[in-house]
Design a protein around this ligand. Structure first.
Ligand SMILES: [Zn+2]
Length: 424
């Protein structure tokens, strides 16, 4: 996979501002996604963790109100009567083992009555209990959800799948993405900030003059700070960024597939996404879940990048949040640590990634139209114009929009903050 080494995500000049470009990319994606619901009469709700209700609900309502206004004004201008609504709400209450479910609407599935007590097959229940009680090795740190597939097949493979926690990959890892892999052919190149550009400043390791935390690594933007004495530091990191990586890997056991260098982009594939590929490979009587594990994760909702992927496949999540999906990425190859791939798995990954890319193209194209002068903050207009012109000059490449979403989430920020500062 080749890279675009530029200052900005969609521009390359001294005044490129990748933060604002990421803001407009993710805001456009969210607007296009929301409009596609509203126009069909499907309500859409963005949720916060009920534990943050006192602190955050008003802020989320303000952001969701901006989304709703921009979408409704656009639809009315196009003589479309908005049929659904965009709301702010509370995610289901957290309890140990509570789940987010991808609801396969085409097979007439519905959301579970209680997300803390999903009704599972007998074998599924046994595996779920082990995951819930942390009897298996799995990542338990920040943002720890683990993918899980309940399998109600009566023929062939009838085994449930899990735990499939978030895992880190290298975008250029030859074991993950072989250069000659036909499934990777023709993808728009990913953005890797140009050497010396401002994006690297906060990734310079404290006490060094030329050692940078590779692009994409979560926590990389605090490389200039000293370690936090209230956190474990088993890797004896000399800066906060490396301490966070040490905590995720050495302490909390996230699987790191390959060690990123200066010419790599680190990417994280969430458990739900892994579960969807597996569930789809195994057949329609399988249900993908993400189970909350560990003590630090209580938000029972899917991040926006996961949500876009899930909805593109017809598996909308039981709840959606507008927090962070830092350096989110899909899989490019089957990933089955300790077990076997299904025979159709590579084809499923290719097909689902293509459906996701097609939906990203649709949502982003609609979103940049909704993002008109009346609704965009003045200081984001230039970035919006740059995004529009990038999309139109690469119009024949159907993978551009999805690539821009991947690039945007390497600029780490919560979606509600991005949307809040982009929209009037
Ligand atoms: Zn996610």
């Amino acid at each position: 996979m080749s890279f675009r080494r530029t200052n900005g995500i969609v521009t390359d000049s001294d005044c490129s501002d990748p933060r604002k470009e990421a803001d407009v990319i993710m805001t456009a994606a969210a607007l296009g996604f929301a409009a596609s619901h509203v126009v069909n009469g499907t309500p859409l709700r963005f949720d916060i963790d009920p534990r943050d209700r006192a602190k955050d609900l008003t802020g989320l309502q303000a952001v969701v109100g901006k989304i709703e206004r921009a979408v409704v004004d656009y639809l009315k201008r196009h003589n479309l009567e908005p049929a659904g609504k965009v709301n702010a709400g509370l995610a289901p209450d957290y309890s140990k083992g509570a789940v987010i479910m991808g609801v396969y609407a085409l097979a007439n599935q519905s959301a579970p009555v209680s997300v803390s007590d999903p009704v599972l097959s007998a074998k599924g229940q046994a595996l779920y209990d082990k995951i819930k009680n942390q009897e298996l090795t799995q990542y338990t740190g920040r943002g720890a959800y683990t993918g899980f597939v309940d399998n109600r097949n009566t023929e062939g493979n009838t085994d449930p799948v899990g735990p499939r926690p978030t895992a880190r990959f290298l975008t250029t890892d030859p074991d993950i993405v072989p250069a000659d892999d036909p499934t990777m052919g023709g993808l728009h190149p990913r953005w890797l900030p140009r050497t010396g550009s401002a994006s690297w400043i906060s990734r310079l390791r404290r006490g060094t003059t030329d050692s940078y935390v590779p692009w994409g690594i979560i926590g990389g933007d605090v490389a200039g700070k000293g370690p936090d004495s209230t956190m474990p530091n088993v890797t004896r990191a000399t800066n906060l960024a490396d301490q966070i990586t040490g905590e995720m890997g050495a302490t909390d056991k996230m699987a790191f597939n390959g060690e990123p260098g200066a010419c790599d982009i680190a990417a994280y594939t969430h458990g739900m996404i892994q579960a969807i590929y597996k569930g789809y490979s195994l057949g329609p009587s399988c249900t993908p879940y993400e189970i909350a594990v560990g003590a630090v994760t209580t938000k029972m909702a899917s991040c926006l990048p996961c949500t876009l992927f899930m909805v593109a496949q017809g598996y909308p999540p039981t709840s959606i949040h507008l927090g962070r999906g830092e350096s989110w990425a899909p899989l490019y190859q089957p990933y089955n640590p300790g077990s076997e791939a299904e025979s159709n798995e590579l084809a499923v990954i290719r097909d689902l990634n293509n459906s996701w890319r097609a939906k990203c193209a649709e949502w982003l194209a609609l979103g940049v139209q909704i993002l008109d002068d009346a609704h965009i903050a003045d200081d984001h207009r230039a970035a919006r114009d740059a995004l529009r012109s990038y999309l139109s000059s690469n119009g024949s490449d159907k993978t551009v929009a999805a690539t821009l979403v991947l690039d945007a989430v390497t600029v780490h920020e919560s979606e509600s903050v991005r949307i809040g500062r982009t929209l009037n």
